[in-house]
Ligand binder design. Sequence first.
Ligand SMILES: *Cc1c(COP(=O)(O)O)cnc(C)c1O
Ligand code: SF4
Length: 343
Amino acid sequence: MPPPATPPRPPAEPVRQATAGWQRELADAVRDPGELCRLLAIDLPLADEARRSAAGFPLLVPRAFVARMRKGDRHDPLLLQVLPVAAERQVAAGFSADPLAEAAALAAPGLVQKYAGRALVLATGACAINCRYCFRREFPYAESGATRAGVEAAVDAVAADPTIQEVILSGGDPLLLDDERLGRLVERIEAIPHVRRLRIHSRLPIVLPTRVTESLTAILAATRLNTVMVVHANHPAELDAAVAAALARLAAARVILLNQAVLLAGVNDSVAVLATLSERLVEIGVLPYYLHLLDRVQGTAHFEVSEDAAKCLHEALRARLPGYAVPRLAREVPGEPAKVWIM
Ligand SMILES: *Cc1c(COP(=O)(O)O)cnc(C)c1O
Ligand code: SF4
């Protein structure tokens, strides 16, 4: 139930953190393929291949995420998500730089509006991790308004459009904004009377769980907005005790928790992995929301799972799990009024 009126807010405390622990961890993230291979005790030639293949979208992975990878296994499902490989350099038919036509859907600088009632703010172009399958590898954030000025313009556009009931903070990863900036942004959004819901799409609670600070949960607990966070985990091995604790802190702030995953060949294209992912998510208080078919971005063809294979996997999941633990199988199709539910 939404609160009838703006509840009393606690006195605004200055949320100051010179450099929070998570920011230091981020600065210390692994960027050198050689170092990653040494940490994981895998063959160094893979590092040379990674250096040659990273062009324009370098290796970036927080140590907290590396710590969940299996040593000595070059096919580790977490490693496969971050290590550049030669296959990325192959040009594949049907894979383009902007398959979702995001550039055309910019309603204002920094605002993507495709679906009724919801508008997506590009809070920043940056992420804490570079996932090899991501559309971000090609997206021109600097030209799309994912800047301070762009975010201001996006909030103004939301204020001017009374049909927008839900603001989605996305990016890049919106939780890369520090708590002070994020707090100011949430204040500006909640001052818009027609906005009822705030949704945050972030992979940070998974890849860098220390990002879920006390000041972040204080901001989310205090807002009048109904708050949803959609996290992004693709494999059960991503969900360790620190992640579970971070998600519990968010749940205590009355944030509704959902997960979206991308179906990725070699990473999670098996019934056993997907079922374990769903079960583990439910165990830690997160409902599976979407299982996305890959966006066909150049350099990601080696991750693709065919629609037929995806449907088979999904059917097998439905035969095994309670309905609430089965994510919707979806794909984004430019021009459609919603994400297309395949099953
Ligand atoms: C995915 C997306 C949304 C949210 O869609 P839901 O089906 O509500 O999760 C909203 N706006 C844009 C631009 C999107 O890409
Ligand atoms: S936007 Fe999400 S999937 Fe893409 S690189 Fe960032 S964290 Fe990974």
